[in-house]
Write a protein that binds this ligand. Structure first.
Ligand code: ZN
Length: 308
């Protein structure tokens, strides 16, 4: 039993319209689901991914309108890396980010920058036989587009304290003292620890809430048993409608989720129009008219660029 790399990553935004402009506009991902937070249906939960909404490409945001910026500290993911296909793609993204007034720092095979609320992002030239997970964007040639997640970097005060749990509970493979990989039959991802800053982390806009790892549907319950057996304090299986989930913290403090690779985002709307209208869990459908009045109006960069 092996996890299939990252399923999705969930972060926090205080400014949903700007978040949509950045992820669906600047980065060219597809807004594949526009739904509400199941704990507070007056605010959004936004999902951006490749064209099909595949696990491995999906970054999601809880909207807390106007919330103050957070700061990554020990026990928090501080950088998210996507794959790109070539050094030419690095050139393209350096120019495109610059044209969108996003400062970036280029390394030999990567480009680092922050999202509008300070979330650390990276594009990495990666050689892999994993399926490229691309979204279509009229201004981004397909061969230069983002190709799905490569991995995440977290801060830890004591990476070794997590070693046994990562190996036993979630089946990660050590690459060095602070670097792990997780690879299933279809996909893999890295999980790296960097030295935590002195300052305590603060949840808020621009911080990662949790990282979810992908499980085939039929293995999900067994993963829960395995986490329990490794001493993890894990939630019951929760039905998130688009996938089923369990949550637990790994010893460094990072909140992990294991999510099923289905049924996926076409469970309640057709693939062609994913993310275009507001999707509500059945329990909130009767509140639709009220919710539409209070939810923040959002731009649609895809429609805007298609009509240009
Ligand atoms: Zn999640």
């Amino acid at each position: 039993m092996k996890l299939e790399g990252i399923h999705h990553i969930t972060a926090i935004t205080g400014d949903a319209p700007r978040n949509v402009e950045f992820y669906a506009g600047t980065l060219g991902l597809r807004l594949v689901k526009k739904t509400v937070n199941q704990d507070d249906p007056t605010v959004y939960h936004l999902f951006y991914a490749d064209e099909k909404g595949s696990p491995g490409s999906d970054i999601t945001f809880f909207e807390y309108p106007g919330v103050a910026r957070g700061r990554a500290g020990a026990g928090m993911v501080h950088r998210i890396a996507w794959r790109i296909g070539s050094p030419e793609a690095l050139d393209f993204w350096e120019e495109r980010l610059n044209a969108h007034n996003v400062a970036s720092k280029r390394g030999p095979d990567y480009l680092r920058f922050d999202d509008p609320e300070g979330l650390g992002l990276e594009l990495r030239v990666t050689e892999t036989s994993d399926e490229p997970l691309r979204a279509n964007h009229p201004d981004i040639p397909a061969e230069l587009a983002l190709l799905g997640f490569d991995g995440v970097c977290a801060y830890s005060a004591d990476p070794q304290a997590s070693a046994r749990f990562l190996g036993d509970a979630v089946g990660f493979t050590p690459q060095s003292d602070n670097e792990w990989t997780v690879r299933g039959a279809q996909r893999g991802s890295f999980y790296v620890y960097d030295v935590a800053p002195e300052q305590r982390g603060l949840n808020g806009a621009g911080t990662v809430h949790h990282v979810a790892w992908a499980s085939p549907l039929e293995e999900h319950a067994s993963w829960r048993e395995r986490v329990v057996a490794a001493g993890g304090d894990v939630t019951p299986i929760i039905d998130r409608f688009y996938f089923k989930s369990i949550y637990f913290r790994e010893p460094s403090g990072v909140l992990f989720e294991i999510a099923t690779m289905g049924p996926g985002f076409t469970a309640d709307e057709p693939a062609e129009s994913l993310g275009e209208s507001l999707s509500l869990p059945p329990a909130f459908e009767s509140l639709r008219d009220e919710l539409v009045k209070v939810l923040t109006p959002l731009p649609n960069p895809r429609a805007e660029s298609l009509t240009r």
